[in-house]
Design a protein around this ligand. Structure first.
Ligand SMILES: CC(C)(COP(=O)(O)OP(=O)(O)OC[C@H]1O[C@@H](n2cnc3c(N)ncnc32)[C@H](O)[C@@H]1OP(=O)(O)O)[C@@H](O)C(=O)NCCC(=O)NCCS
Length: 161
Protein backbone atom coordinates (compact mmCIF):
# COMPACT_ATOMS: atom_id res chain seq x y z
CA UNK A 1 0.00 0.00 0.00
CA UNK A 2 1.35 3.43 -0.92
CA UNK A 3 2.33 5.69 1.98
CA UNK A 4 1.26 9.28 1.33
CA UNK A 5 3.30 12.25 2.57
CA UNK A 6 2.70 14.11 5.82
CA UNK A 7 4.18 17.54 6.58
CA UNK A 8 4.48 19.81 9.62
CA UNK A 9 4.81 23.59 9.64
CA UNK A 10 5.74 25.46 12.82
CA UNK A 11 5.14 29.20 13.05
CA UNK A 12 4.90 31.92 15.63
CA UNK A 13 1.79 34.05 15.25
CA UNK A 14 2.92 37.66 15.15
CA UNK A 15 1.07 40.64 16.55
CA UNK A 16 0.72 41.74 12.87
CA UNK A 17 -1.62 38.74 12.39
CA UNK A 18 -4.00 39.89 15.15
CA UNK A 19 -7.31 40.98 13.63
CA UNK A 20 -9.88 41.22 16.41
CA UNK A 21 -10.21 42.61 19.92
CA UNK A 22 -8.43 40.76 22.69
CA UNK A 23 -5.33 39.94 20.59
CA UNK A 24 -7.44 37.41 18.60
CA UNK A 25 -6.26 36.04 15.24
CA UNK A 26 -8.74 35.58 12.35
CA UNK A 27 -9.63 32.11 11.12
CA UNK A 28 -8.60 33.15 7.60
CA UNK A 29 -5.02 33.30 8.83
CA UNK A 30 -5.18 29.65 9.92
CA UNK A 31 -6.64 28.80 6.50
CA UNK A 32 -3.64 30.48 4.87
CA UNK A 33 -1.36 28.20 6.91
CA UNK A 34 -3.42 25.17 5.80
CA UNK A 35 -2.85 26.40 2.22
CA UNK A 36 0.93 26.48 2.77
CA UNK A 37 0.83 22.92 4.12
CA UNK A 38 -1.23 21.76 1.11
CA UNK A 39 1.31 23.40 -1.19
CA UNK A 40 4.22 21.55 0.45
CA UNK A 41 2.31 18.27 0.30
CA UNK A 42 1.62 18.51 -3.44
CA UNK A 43 5.21 19.62 -4.09
CA UNK A 44 6.41 16.51 -2.27
CA UNK A 45 3.88 14.23 -3.97
CA UNK A 46 3.70 15.70 -7.49
CA UNK A 47 6.56 18.18 -7.82
CA UNK A 48 4.05 21.02 -8.27
CA UNK A 49 2.38 23.60 -6.01
CA UNK A 50 -1.11 22.43 -7.00
CA UNK A 51 -4.32 24.40 -6.38
CA UNK A 52 -6.81 24.06 -3.54
CA UNK A 53 -10.12 23.11 -5.16
CA UNK A 54 -12.41 22.66 -2.13
CA UNK A 55 -12.77 22.44 1.61
CA UNK A 56 -15.55 20.16 2.82
CA UNK A 57 -15.16 20.79 6.53
CA UNK A 58 -13.46 23.56 8.52
CA UNK A 59 -13.66 23.90 12.31
CA UNK A 60 -12.16 26.54 14.58
CA UNK A 61 -12.11 24.91 18.01
CA UNK A 62 -10.07 27.24 20.25
CA UNK A 63 -9.01 30.92 20.00
CA UNK A 64 -5.52 31.73 18.66
CA UNK A 65 -3.73 34.84 19.95
CA UNK A 66 -0.76 36.91 18.85
CA UNK A 67 2.42 35.36 20.30
CA UNK A 68 1.13 31.76 20.18
CA UNK A 69 3.28 29.12 18.49
CA UNK A 70 1.33 26.80 16.16
CA UNK A 71 2.15 23.48 14.58
CA UNK A 72 0.15 22.78 11.42
CA UNK A 73 0.01 19.15 10.37
CA UNK A 74 -1.23 17.97 6.97
CA UNK A 75 -1.51 14.51 5.48
CA UNK A 76 -2.65 13.31 2.07
CA UNK A 77 -5.18 10.55 2.78
CA UNK A 78 -6.52 9.80 -0.70
CA UNK A 79 -5.26 10.27 -4.25
CA UNK A 80 -7.49 10.46 -7.34
CA UNK A 81 -6.62 11.23 -10.95
CA UNK A 82 -5.84 14.86 -10.19
CA UNK A 83 -7.27 15.30 -6.68
CA UNK A 84 -5.34 14.89 -3.43
CA UNK A 85 -7.55 14.75 -0.33
CA UNK A 86 -5.85 16.26 2.72
CA UNK A 87 -6.58 16.27 6.44
CA UNK A 88 -5.33 19.39 8.24
CA UNK A 89 -4.87 19.97 11.97
CA UNK A 90 -3.55 23.08 13.74
CA UNK A 91 -2.17 22.72 17.27
CA UNK A 92 -1.21 25.45 19.71
CA UNK A 93 2.10 24.33 21.20
CA UNK A 94 3.19 27.44 23.17
CA UNK A 95 1.12 30.31 24.55
CA UNK A 96 1.56 33.30 26.83
CA UNK A 97 1.23 32.39 30.50
CA UNK A 98 -0.78 35.64 31.00
CA UNK A 99 1.31 36.48 34.07
CA UNK A 100 0.71 40.23 34.63
CA UNK A 101 3.98 40.53 36.59
CA UNK A 102 6.04 39.03 33.73
CA UNK A 103 4.55 39.73 30.30
CA UNK A 104 7.24 37.68 28.47
CA UNK A 105 6.39 34.48 30.40
CA UNK A 106 5.17 31.64 28.13
CA UNK A 107 4.12 28.01 28.66
CA UNK A 108 4.79 24.93 26.56
CA UNK A 109 1.46 23.16 26.19
CA UNK A 110 1.62 19.46 26.99
CA UNK A 111 -0.30 18.01 25.33
CA UNK A 112 -0.63 20.50 22.43
CA UNK A 113 -4.11 22.03 22.01
CA UNK A 114 -6.06 21.28 18.81
CA UNK A 115 -7.27 24.74 17.68
CA UNK A 116 -8.54 24.05 14.13
CA UNK A 117 -9.07 21.19 11.70
CA UNK A 118 -10.22 20.78 8.12
CA UNK A 119 -10.56 18.41 5.20
CA UNK A 120 -9.58 19.79 1.81
CA UNK A 121 -8.89 18.75 -1.75
CA UNK A 122 -5.94 20.00 -3.77
CA UNK A 123 -5.74 19.44 -7.51
CA UNK A 124 -2.65 18.90 -9.64
CA UNK A 125 -3.71 18.65 -13.26
CA UNK A 126 -2.20 15.76 -15.24
CA UNK A 127 0.09 18.01 -17.28
CA UNK A 128 1.62 19.40 -14.06
CA UNK A 129 2.27 16.05 -12.33
CA UNK A 130 6.05 15.71 -12.53
CA UNK A 131 6.43 12.59 -10.39
CA UNK A 132 5.46 9.50 -12.35
CA UNK A 133 4.22 6.49 -10.40
CA UNK A 134 3.75 2.93 -11.56
CA UNK A 135 0.32 1.45 -10.92
CA UNK A 136 0.51 -1.58 -8.64
CA UNK A 137 -2.03 -4.18 -9.79
CA UNK A 138 -3.63 -6.84 -7.60
CA UNK A 139 -1.12 -9.53 -8.77
CA UNK A 140 1.71 -7.38 -7.42
CA UNK A 141 -0.16 -7.06 -4.11
CA UNK A 142 -0.39 -10.85 -3.85
CA UNK A 143 3.38 -11.09 -4.42
CA UNK A 144 4.01 -8.42 -1.73
CA UNK A 145 1.72 -10.23 0.73
CA UNK A 146 3.55 -13.53 0.15
CA UNK A 147 6.89 -11.76 0.54
CA UNK A 148 5.81 -10.15 3.81
CA UNK A 149 4.60 -13.51 5.16
CA UNK A 150 7.99 -15.07 4.37
CA UNK A 151 9.75 -12.13 6.05
CA UNK A 152 7.65 -12.49 9.19
CA UNK A 153 8.21 -16.26 9.33
CA UNK A 154 4.48 -16.93 8.91
CA UNK A 155 4.98 -18.88 5.65
CA UNK A 156 7.52 -21.16 7.36
CA UNK A 157 5.16 -21.83 10.26
CA UNK A 158 2.31 -22.56 7.80
CA UNK A 159 4.44 -25.14 5.94
CA UNK A 160 5.23 -26.87 9.25
CA UNK A 161 1.53 -27.48 9.99
C1 LIG B 1 -8.30 23.56 -9.36
C2 LIG B 1 -8.74 23.64 -10.83
C3 LIG B 1 -7.50 23.73 -11.75
C4 LIG B 1 -9.47 22.32 -11.10
O1 LIG B 1 -10.02 22.41 -12.39
P1 LIG B 1 -10.67 21.10 -13.04
O2 LIG B 1 -9.61 20.08 -13.32
O3 LIG B 1 -11.53 21.55 -14.15
O4 LIG B 1 -11.57 20.58 -11.84
P2 LIG B 1 -12.61 19.42 -11.78
O5 LIG B 1 -13.93 19.97 -11.38
O6 LIG B 1 -12.58 18.63 -13.05
O7 LIG B 1 -12.05 18.49 -10.60
C5 LIG B 1 -10.72 18.01 -10.52
C6 LIG B 1 -10.67 16.98 -9.41
O8 LIG B 1 -11.14 17.56 -8.18
C7 LIG B 1 -12.25 16.80 -7.67
N1 LIG B 1 -13.22 17.73 -7.11
C8 LIG B 1 -13.94 18.67 -7.77
N2 LIG B 1 -14.73 19.34 -6.91
C9 LIG B 1 -14.50 18.80 -5.68
C10 LIG B 1 -15.03 19.06 -4.40
N3 LIG B 1 -15.95 20.02 -4.18
N4 LIG B 1 -14.58 18.33 -3.37
C11 LIG B 1 -13.66 17.36 -3.54
N5 LIG B 1 -13.10 17.06 -4.76
C12 LIG B 1 -13.54 17.77 -5.81
C13 LIG B 1 -12.83 16.08 -8.88
O9 LIG B 1 -13.55 14.93 -8.49
C14 LIG B 1 -11.56 15.77 -9.65
O10 LIG B 1 -10.90 14.67 -9.06
P3 LIG B 1 -10.09 13.55 -9.90
O11 LIG B 1 -9.32 14.23 -11.00
O12 LIG B 1 -9.18 12.89 -8.90
O13 LIG B 1 -11.11 12.60 -10.45
C15 LIG B 1 -9.70 24.86 -11.10
O14 LIG B 1 -10.95 24.60 -10.47
C16 LIG B 1 -9.11 26.14 -10.53
O15 LIG B 1 -8.20 26.72 -11.14
N6 LIG B 1 -9.64 26.61 -9.37
C17 LIG B 1 -9.08 27.75 -8.67
C18 LIG B 1 -8.06 27.25 -7.65
C19 LIG B 1 -7.53 28.34 -6.77
O16 LIG B 1 -7.24 29.44 -7.21
N7 LIG B 1 -7.41 28.02 -5.45
C20 LIG B 1 -7.00 28.98 -4.47
C21 LIG B 1 -5.50 29.16 -4.42
S1 LIG B 1 -4.59 27.67 -4.22
Amino acid sequence: MEIFPEVKLRVRISTNDVHYAGNLVDGAHIMQLFGDVATELTIRYDGDEGLLRAYEKVEFLEPVHGGDFLEIVGKIVNVGNTSRKIIFEAYKIISSSKDKTQESACDVLAPPLLVAQAIGTAVVTKDKQRVKRTVIDSNDNEVFEAFNKIKSGEAKRMSQK
